[in-house]
Write a protein that binds this ligand. Structure first.
Ligand code: PLP
Length: 388
């Protein structure tokens, strides 16, 4: 059976399973061995070579979900990203990178690249013209992030991929926010897709991992860096990730469905000034999102109206947790100005459009009416307290 023909839930459940031939157990066994019999194959099995049975099989599932030839898994999303950058950039090369970027990615570029003599330009915006303007003769890689954090802007994946191809530049995307269930960037010509598997792929807020998917050649280049840097993922975590990914499509679809309803509810609420969700018709890139995403995802952000204290509101929530991370089955909220973007100056935050009233919302799988009720009661209590 060709993998392309398998349905999403079948891929999630079965692709990359290890058959337990000895005992015929229903699930993949964990192979913790760090030593394997020597035979005359090209690549010897050794955990640091990313080729233990559990690693070798799980990447089949990730590659199938991203319509890629191959993939590699790492100890974190940042490890996936740093290996990918170091595989395609060397001294004297230049990276073009989207300005609205996961904070850890910006830090890695700003703090580590100068040590390696790698040049970089952050774009002024996320339009294709912004990427074009940033390209230099020595540009080797363009890296994008869409939907972006925390404002959910949408970058035109195909336009950036086409621009890069016309200049023989490789492209990469951070596909964490959409997950492979809602977006497959390789369909639009992107070369490398990375994930913080800590988020949707793991989905239960209990795994730190990362992944990159791409062509066999590209993955081989990253593997060459990886075996030297030596940071491969423990097989316990690989096994946990395989287990979690069996329900990836079920979870993400349930989360996305809740998010669509909650975005509408918030959008119509008198105490909410603005909702950033690509599924809403008034989102500036709604049509673009529709053309490149399978669905609009389960991340959004919204601004409370002036006079409602966002910190006080968050404290009144009973069900929705306050959390730094995202994408678990449980709904969480975070104030970017107090957390993820706290280290920026007020001016920098203003330039990015991140106000004190902005709340990022990672929607979980709970029953919709319970989430709606939690938000309603928290708003009522916050207003009652402030006017008392
Ligand atoms: C969390 C996150 C990362 C980093 O992943 P870690 O697993 O924490 O290393 C990268 N990109 C995005 C969009 C993220 O949300």
């Amino acid at each position: 059976m060709s993998k392309k023909k398998l349905g999403l839930n079948t891929i999630c459940t079965h692709v990359g399973e290890i058959k337990d031939k000895q005992f015929k157990g229903a699930i993949s066994p964990i192979y913790l061995s760090t030593s394997y019999e020597f035979d005359n194959v090209d690549v010897k099995r050794y955990p640091r070579y990313f080729n233990t049975p559990n690693q070798e099989y799980l990447v089949k599932k990730i590659a199938a979900l991203e319509h890629a030839e191959d993939a590699l898994i790492f100890g974190s999303g940042m490890a996936a990203l740093s290996h990918m950058f170091l595989a395609f950039l060397q001294k004297g090369d230049h990276l073009v990178v989207q300005n609205t970027l996961y904070g850890g990615t910006s830090n890695f570029i700003k703090e580590e690249f100068p040590k390696y003599g790698i040049e970089f330009t952050f774009t002024d915006g996320y339009q294709v013209s912004d990427f074009e303007a940033a390209i230099q003769p020595n540009t080797k890689l363009i890296h994008i992030e869409t939907p972006s954090n925390p404002l959910l802007t949408i970058t035109d994946i195909k336009a950036v991929a086409d621009l890069a191809k016309s200049k023989s530049i490789i492209t990469s995307i951070d596909n964490t926010f959409a997950s492979p269930i809602n977006q497959n960037p390789m369909n639009f010509g992107i070369d490398l897709v990375m994930h913080s598997a800590t988020k949707y792929l793991g989905g239960h807020s209990d795994i730190l991992a990362g992944a990159v998917a791409g062509s066999e050649d590209h993955i081989k280049r990253i593997w060459n860096v990886g075996k030297n840097l030596g940071g491969s993922l423990s097989d316990f975590t690989v096994w946990m990730l395989e287990r979690s990914m069996k329900t990836l499509a079920l979870r993400v679809k349930a989360q996305t469905k809740n998010a669509r309803k909650l975005a509408k509810f918030l959008d119509n609420h008198q105490d909410v000034a603005k909702v950033n969700y690509p599924g809403l018709k008034h989102h500036p890139e709604h049509q673009l999102a529709k053309s490149q995403m399978h669905d609009f995802g389960a991340m959004m952000s919204f601004e409370l109206t002036q006079g409602i204290d966002a910190i006080a509101f968050q404290k009144q929530l009973n069900l929705i947790k306050s959390s730094m991370s995202l994408a678990g089955v449980e709904s969480t909220m975070l104030l970017p100005s107090e957390t993820s973007h706290a280290l920026l100056t007020q001016e920098e935050r203003d330039a990015l459009g991140i106000s004190h009233q902005l709340i990022r919302f990672s929607v979980g799988i709970e029953t919709f009416r319970d989430l709606k009720h939690d938000i309603e009661q928290a708003l009522t209590k916050t207003k009652t307290n402030s006017f008392a």
